[in-house]
Design a protein around this ligand. Structure first.
Ligand code: FAD
Length: 497
């Protein structure tokens, strides 16, 4: 409540925040978590907690009046629909040059993501986090993160026969015929539940079009893993529909944290001020960067260094579709959970997920989300006139990523005698170059912070989320965000608590 005093306050309940809360609580520390989104635990009138990809309603989007689907068109026709403004689960946050998709609610991005839980190749780790001891990460912290997240692997024999992964088998065939390395990708989805969905013995979720607006079943989000464990300690409290707006040092020690309380239409219905001994910024790459950029510029935290807001990247995300021949149908029943990828990182700078297009009808389309080795990095800056934080990303920079993705798909198209789909992202548009699902950086490790996330300029302020990672992880990012948080909190517990 207003005027409360807490030893530790964590801003955000995504991967970084959940790791911090669990490990602090296990060490006996009382933790207050502040989350701007809702707690997703109550079914709507349709009996479901979450909306389907094919029929988004108010639950689907954070304070939008129109949906903003990443695949925005079908046969060229726009498919976005009007919805009531609501504190829904997926935020399509628009900056001048890019739309950044993020999860909102208890569990952060774990609520909306595909659950692809990829540990990068150790040989590539030094390009991701050069100041971090790779041997220690791969011996201790990646295994700890994988265990904590409940990462599992698809049964390869079942994969060969499952109707819902026909699209992935077509993706494999085409990749291999062009000589590319194709791999299974682990996931936090419960693979036994997936099998039961295919067999028709349980209520379907991944096989019923649920993913980026949430999964009612099967998916192990942070709510089922780290956050469940954290709450079970009895030392963690979560305040939902509460948004941190400021953090400032308090005379006499600690920090004053200012918080807006929201209603489900996004109106501010109250403000609170809380005193915290230590504050962990875990609002995600964008949330943490926006807060720190604003607080440095507007005088609340003037001693933060000039690395604040820098080193932001999109993990090189770019999407495309291919039109298959009639003898290569991808299936009308598609699991929304991807299970495989094409690795052309070393030769061409691209790692591509073989993604579903769960429309419920045969589309003969293969969809891909590529992660590419782009060196483009943007900066957040305070726009005093507009009273907001801007991001300097330019849409044209995606051309680098498109060129890298083309090292895979131009070759496959030429081998198969196929073409790119031109109807999925706007009429005659081959590449979805306007978005990222993987925002990274803005308060980079060993630059804006020390080598463990302690913000320079202040004692007791930490960054512990994707903002620490300088723009790219070579694969999907959440396992690396979790493993780095595990490493950093170990050091913080040993030295600061
Ligand atoms: P987040 O998980 O973003 O958590 C930040 C939390 O802080 C949010 O809950 C937010 O509401 C809250 N918050 C923000 N600002 C404030 C504030 N001022 N006050 C209070 N609370 C605040 N990654 C993978 O590895 N594999 C995948 O398959 C995958 N698929 C994805 C699919 C989609 C559609 C999306 C959007 C993302 C996907 N990702 C995937 C990315 C992954 O989800 C993110 O990298 C990850 O969630 C980032 O973790 P984080 O701890 O940095 O922050």
């Amino acid at each position: 409540g207003n005027g409360a005093s807490v030893p530790v306050l964590v801003i955000g309940t995504g991967y970084g925040g959940a790791v911090a809360a669990l490990r602090l609580a296990q060490a006996g520390v009382q933790v207050e978590m502040i989350e701007m989104g809702m707690s997703w635990d109550t079914p709507g009138s349709d009996g479901k907690i979450f909306a389907k990809v094919t029929s988004p309603d108010k639950r689907a989007y954070w304070l939008r009046t129109k949906t903003k689907a990443p695949v925005s068109n079908f046969f060229g026709f726009p498919i976005d629909a009007t919805i009531p403004k609501y504190t829904g689960i997926l935020d399509a946050e628009e900056f001048a040059g890019i739309t950044v998709y993020q999860g909102r609610g208890v569990g952060g991005g774990s609520l909306v993501n595909g659950g692809m839980a990829v540990t990068p190749k150790q040989s590539r780790f030094s390009s991701i986090l050069p100041s971090v001891d790779a041997a220690e990460m791969y011996a201790t912290y990646y295994p700890r993160a994988n265990a904590g997240l409940g990462v599992g692997s698809i049964d390869p024999a079942w994969f060969e026969t499952a109707e819902c992964y026909k699209y992935a088998r077509v993706g494999r065939k085409h990749a291999q015929r062009s000589g590319f390395a194709w791999t299974f990708v682990p996931d936090v989805y419960d693979w036994n539940y997936m099998k039961a969905e295919q067999a028709g013995t349980v209520t379907r979720s991944a096989l019923d079009g649920q993913v980026m607006y949430g999964n009612d079943h099967g998916k192990k989000s942070l709510v089922q893993t780290y956050l469940a464990q954290a709450l079970a300690t009895g030392r963690v409290n979560v305040s939902t529909l509460h948004q941190v707006t400021a953090v400032a040092p308090r005379s006499g020690g600690g920090y004053t944290v200012s918080i807006d309380q929201l209603d489900t239409s996004g109106n501010v219905v109250g403000t609170k001020s809380v005193t915290a001994g230590k504050v962990f910024f875990a609002a995600g790459s964008v949330g943490t960067s926006k807060l720190l950029t604003k607080l440095k510029a507007t005088g609340s935290l003037p001693a933060l260094n000039n690395e604040i807001g820098k080193g932001w990247g999109d993990n090189g995300n770019v999407m495309c579709g291919r039109a298959n021949h009639m003898w290569d149908p991808t299936g009308s029943l598609q699991s929304t959970i991807p299970c495989s990828g094409i690795d052309n990182w070393d030769a061409g700078g691209a790692f591509a997920e073989v993604a579903p297009l769960p429309t419920g009808i045969e589309t003969y389309a293969s969809l891909y989300l590529s992660i590419t080795n782009t060196t483009r990095r943007a900066e957040f800056s305070w726009n005093a006139a507009a009273n907001k934080v801007d991001l300097s990303w330019q849409t044209a920079w995606k051309q680098d990523s498109i060129n890298m993705a083309k090292t895979i798909f131009d070759k496959i198209n030429s081998k198969e005698g196929t073409i790119y789909r031109t109807d999925l992202f706007g009429a005659y548009k081959v590449w979805q170059d306007g978005l990222t699902y993987h925002p990274l950086g803005g308060a980079v490790l060993n630059k804006a912070t020390d080598n463990y996330g302690r913000l320079h300029g202040y004692n007791g302020l930490y960054v512990i989320d994707g903002a620490l990672i300088p723009g790219n992880t070579t694969v999907n990012p959440f396992v690396t965000i979790t493993a780095l948080a595990e490493r950093n909190i170990d050091n913080i517990l040993a030295n600061d608590i």
